[in-house]
Design a protein around this ligand. Structure first.
Ligand code: SF4
Length: 73
């Protein structure tokens, strides 16, 4: 399952990483990035996550106040 974060629009609120730290973490400036294990081509904004983390990632997307997290195949 593909996860993308429009990092340039992130306001560093921390909600996604609080609700789904298995997929999202903060960089040095508090901006959300995909955890290293699931990054695609070392891209901080794109991940490929296992199916059992889909609900977690969806929760992160749902709590994002600026709706910049996208979860889909
Ligand atoms: S919830 Fe959205 S705005 Fe907040 S840190 Fe995560 S990606 Fe950024």
């Amino acid at each position: 399952m593909r996860v993308t974060i429009e990092r340039e629009e992130c306001i560093a609120c921390g909600a996604c990483m609080q609700d789904c730290p298995e997929v999202f973490e903060e960089d040095d400036e508090g901006i959300s990035q995909v955890v290293e294990d699931y990054r695609v081509d070392d891209n901080l904004a794109v991940g490929e996550i296992p199916d059992d983390l889909e609900d977690c990632a969806e929760t992160g997307a749902d709590v994002c106040p600026v709706e910049i997290i996208h979860v889909g195949s």
